[in-house]
Structure formats: C-alpha cells, structure tokens
Design a protein around this ligand. Structure first.
Ligand code: AMP
Ligand code: GLY
Length: 422
C-alpha cells in the first residue's frame, strides 16, 4: 500500500521509518517532510487540505496518517472523509479534546473522569477569587493551542493572578488565551498513555515518560520534550486496569455519546497521585518524542494498525509488542527553546561499536538538506534512539550514539530515564 504522512518532525520521521521496514508498504509520501524523510519517501509541498486530497486521489494513495495537532484541529480529517479517503486521525470536532482546554475539562467533568478541580473563565475577578481559594502552586492554562507553552505553574498567588491577567488581556497568547482554566496543582508522577482508536475499539501502546524541561534534573523552561523512554516501570497491571476502566473506556464512550467518536491517537497525559490516575490533558496525536520510542517497540506491521484504525476494524486485531526497552535523547539547537539558531552542518561519524550501531538509530526532526549536506535548522534537531533489554542498556546505547553526532551548538539532557533508574 502507498501511504502519505502529514508533518515534518521527528514523530513523522519515525512513523515513516517504521513503515519503510513494513513489507505491506510500497511507497511513502511526506507533506511536507524534512531534509531526511526523502531517504525513504517523497516530500511534497502541498498544504491546502483539498489540494492534498486531490493529490491522494490522483496518486491512488491508500492511507493518510496525520502527525501533528494543527491540521487535525483545522479539520483535515473531515476534508479527507468527505472525499471517501482513508485517513488516520481525529475529526475536527473530536480534536477539541486537545484544541480547547475548556472543552476538555468540561468533557472530563460531564463524563465523571478524574481530573484536577478547576474553573474556566474569561473574567479576571472570577479567576482571582478561585486563585485565592487554592493553595500554591497554582496552575493557569490558556484555552487554545499554544505549542506546549500555555501552562503556567505559579508558585505564589500573585504570580498566578499575573499569569491569568496576562492571558486574559491577550498579552501572553493572543486569542488562544482570552479564556482560561485555573486548576489545583497535582503532586505525583506523570505518564503518557497512548490508545490507538477507531471510534469503538482501541489498542494500548506501552506507557512512556517524557522529559519536558530543557535541563537535567527537570530544571529550566518547558520544551516540546527532550527525551523519553518506554515501557516505564512506573505502571503495573493494576494501574493499567484503572486507566482503562476510569479513563480510556469512558472517554471513548463519552465521545461516541456526544456525537464525535474518537478515531486516531488518544494521548492521555496522566498524573498518578497516591496510586490513582488523574487526567492532566488529552492530545489527539502521538507525543513527540514519545512516538520515536513507541514505533520501534511495535513488532506487528504498523501499516496494519493504522489502516485498521482508519477503517474501523481494530476489534479483532492482535498487536505484537517488543520485549525490549527504548530510550530517546533529543539533540536540540543552541538557542532552543528561546529563539532560532544559525543553521549548522550535521556530521554523523558512526564510529561507535557494532553492537551500539545495531541497536540504535537516529530520528531526524529539524533538519534541511542542501547540496547533499544535512543542516540543523529547527529547534529539536534529531533524536538518538537506543534499544536494549533493560532501560539502562537502551539509555547507554542512545547516549553512546549521541557522542557520534556533531553540529555547532548541539545540546541535550544527560539524565533521560532517571526516574526509572534511581
Ligand atoms: P498540559 O499541557 O495540560 O499537559 O500541561 C503541561 C504540563 O504542565 C504537564 O505535562 C504537567 O507537567 C504540568 N501540569 C499541567 N497541569 C497540572 C496540574 N494540575 N498539576 C501539576 N502539573 C500540571
Ligand atoms: N511530548 C509531549 C507532546 O508531544 O505533547
């Protein structure tokens, strides 16, 4: 089958890499892809959804997989479905789970799914009164999509009030912040849980842990994610059962009952507090960098999983997962996440020993190809992914591979997976 992947990051590269090793897959296309996705597919530069649908029809592409949230929230799936095309991703209505924090919080409340106590408001006085009723830290969130930056964890009441006021005035995030959610702080540990859904049925992938802060020890500003590992030992069968019964099942039922069945990747950000799962947020796509470690852990053909999810046929599918662990380390550019950095040529030496080479790979993200040379041109440039029989072995291999990659200004965390290894 021929498959089109929408997106340009490490997530889309890793989906493409997995599909390129899948015997059911003939040709891959990326829109727009990056400077390395053309190693196993054709990059196309169409962005308009109708034009993309026409391209898919003209080229007899069997399936389209949508990577990032923005086209999902903007309704790409609805356009493709109106042309009877097979597309893996959530509809515009269902994507509100990620596109609007207010929709998400009210959905959780309506369906009695555990989440932090909150109010939603456009009014500063209501926000301030609720802030006064909470203990610090206090969480203030902009309603709309803010590229992962719309959440402030304030350590004082004054800071929370200032964050609320800056959002409501439009100063912080423009229109995305003129409605806000204020909520209680949850003290626990975070898990990323991924369910591949066809509206009715779902398949759970191994739970992962991301590292959102820029610096070692979870210090510094929030980023899109600096590294991840899976499966995490911070989850066991009992917790999976609670998550399925209290979160995944009622979410899919609620979405169906409300008229927008959930198809695509349901990514649930969970805080585990005293052994109980509480929903922090939903995303409607794979996490990035989580996708880069989940793809190598999927042993059964990824084309089958995505195609069956897109055609409402997951019920009888058995997926096979690897017994190994995967760890990825993000290499970012000099000024990430503050501002862009000068393009820098990437040199990969591959001088590590064979065992490391055989059990690692690079997933390319913010890269551009020019005159046969690869340049770091994005914030998160590439990821080193290591596999192993333990988290420690996978992590050591990923870091060995990092030592082989050079570009001016490269930076990465040195403590990925520390929570699993302490
Ligand atoms: P979100 O975009 O809602 O996932 O928030 C981004 C990050 O902020 C989460 O991954 C958590 O680390 C943190 N966060 C969000 N809400 C809360 C909360 N109620 N309590 C503690 N941490 C939170
Ligand atoms: N890694 C977190 C995210 O993709 O939102």
């Amino acid at each position: 089958m021929d498959i089109l992947i929408i997106g340009s990051g490490g997530r889309e590269y890793s989906i493409g890499l997995a599909l390129s090793n899948d015997k059911n897959v003939d040709k891959l296309y990326f829109a727009p892809g990056n400077g390395a996705t053309n190693r196993f597919g054709e990059n196309i530069s169409i962005t308009d959804f109708e034009d993309l649908a026409t391209f898919v029809k003209d080229n007899n592409i069997d399936l389209t997989i949508v990577g990032p949230e923005a086209p999902l929230v903007d309704g790409i799936v609805d356009v493709f479905k109106s042309h009877n095309l097979n597309v893996f991703g959530s509809s515009k209505a269902a994507s509100q789970l990620e596109g609007s924090k207010i929709f998400m919080k009210n959905f959780l409340k309506r369906n009695s799914i555990p989440t932090a106590a909150f109010i939603e408001t456009t009014n500063i006085k209501i926000a301030n009164d609720f802030i006064d009723s909470l203990q610090t830290p206090i969480v203030v969130k902009a309603d709309g999509l803010c590229a992962g930056k719309g959440v402030i964890i304030a350590t004082s009441h004054e800071e929370a009030k200032k964050a609320a006021s800056d959002m409501l005035s439009g100063e912080s995030f423009g229109d995305a912040g003129t409605s806000i959610v204020v909520e209680e702080f949850l003290d626990g540990y975070e898990l990323s849980v991924f369910a591949i859904c066809d509206g009715e049925d779902y398949k759970i992938l191994p739970a992962a842990q991301d590292h959102k802060r820029l610096l070692d020890g979870d210090k510094g500003p929030n980023t899109g994610g600096m590294g991840a590992y899976a499966p995490t030992p911070l989850i066991n069968d009992e917790l999976y059962k609670k998550i399925n019964e209290r979160v995944v099942d009622p979410t899919l039922k609620g979405m169906r009952d409300e008229g927008y069945p959930f198809e695509g990747v349901l990514f649930i950000g969970i805080m585990v507090v005293n052994g109980e799962p509480i929903v922090l947020e939903y995303n409607v796509r794979f996490g990035d960098p989580e996708c880069e470690i989940l793809m190598p852990l999927l042993k059964s053909p990824p084309s089958e999983l995505f195609y069956k999810a897109a055609t409402k046929d997951l019920k009888n599918l058995k997926i096979e997962l690897s017994n190994e662990y995967a760890v990825c380390v993000v290499m970012a550019s000099e000024h990430y996440p503050y501002k862009s950095s000068k393009p820098a040529e990437i040199i990969v030496n591959d001088s590590v020993d064979k065992e490391v080479l055989d059990n690692t790979h690079i997933s390319y993200a913010g890269v551009t190809l020019e005159d046969d040379k690869l340049y770091a041109t994005g914030g998160r440039v590439l990821l080193c992914v290591g596999l192993g029989n333990s988290i420690e072995e996978a992590r050591n291999r990923a870091y060995d591979r990092c030592g082989d990659i050079h570009f001016v200004g490269k930076k990465f965390r040195t403590d990925i997976a520390y929570q699993a290894l302490k």
